[in-house]
Ligand binder design. Structure first.
Ligand code: ZN
Length: 247
């Protein structure tokens, strides 16, 4: 009888331990996530206005001399404006590419100095990554950046203050054809055209590796979007001229 009670007691203790280790942190995490979204209301966006038939083409990880220039050539040919999330240390290395982006009317956004994940880093570290890039963009393009995209789309509440200091609007994306995995130009274009909706923010890459498939896919994407009746806008146009909404 005593042994049975002891067994029961142990089971209850084990159950409580599991409850504390398992369920509580999950709930706390869920709550944290909810708070995180709440904190970012108004400064973080995944898409634009779903009632407007406009989309934003965004290019990450440049400037990268060969592919960024080829993408700029395509955009120029079709008279389309886009947004480039640039890496600070590459801006310093290839300033002429960023100068051309600005001159041709594209929006330039901050994508940190080194493109390392900002998760589990200190606020001071983030300040350096974001601030140094902000200054470099300003120096090269003569324009202040208003948009920030964290590397790998990873972000935490800790960076809220740093981003807020610069009055940055954090923009993620709603359409990702995974062009960086190089599935083929036709597949990249098909994925974009198949998933696009009014207000979509499309993420593509002009830097960080061989982007010849993205360059090849771009005319198919632009022609397809035009055929579907979409207007292509920069993030500046999407978020400052229109009333943006967040999910
Ligand atoms: Zn990136």
């Amino acid at each position: 009888m005593k042994e049975a009670n002891k067994g029961k007691k142990n089971i209850i203790i084990i159950f409580i331990v599991f409850l504390i280790l398992g369920i509580y942190p999950q709930e706390a995490r869920a709550k944290g996530e909810k708070d995180w979204r709440k904190n970012f209301k108004g400064i973080a966006f995944w898409h634009g206005d779903p009632k407007k038939k406009e989309v934003a083409l965004t290019f990450d990880d440049g400037p990268y001399p060969v592919y960024s220039q080829q993408i700029l050539d395509v955009l120029k040919k079709y008279e389309v404006k886009a947004t480039f999330f640039v890496i600070g240390q590459s801006v310093r290395k290839y300033p002429w590419v960023v100068k051309r982006m600005a001159k041709e009317g594209h929006t330039i956004g901050n994508h940190t100095w080194t493109h390392r994940s900002i998760i589990n880093r200190s606020g001071g570290w983030a300040q350096g990554e974001i601030g140094k890039t902000h200054q470099e963009i300003l120096k090269v393009s003569k324009e202040s950046a208003y948009f920030f995209r964290p590397p790998y789309g990873q972000f935490s509440a800790k960076f809220f203050e740093v981003v807020e200091d610069y009055h940055y609007i954090v923009t993620f994306w709603s359409v990702d054809p995974s062009d960086y995995r190089r599935p083929g130009a036709k597949t990249i274009a098909y994925r974009v055209l198949n998933r696009v909706k009014p207000g979509s923010i499309i993420v593509l890459h002009d830097g960080g590796g061989n982007r010849s498939q993205t360059v090849k896919a771009l005319p198919i994407i632009i022609e397809g979007l035009k055929k579907k009746g979409y207007k292509m806008v920069t993030l500046s146009q999407m978020f400052t001229l229109n009333n943006a909404v967040i999910k």
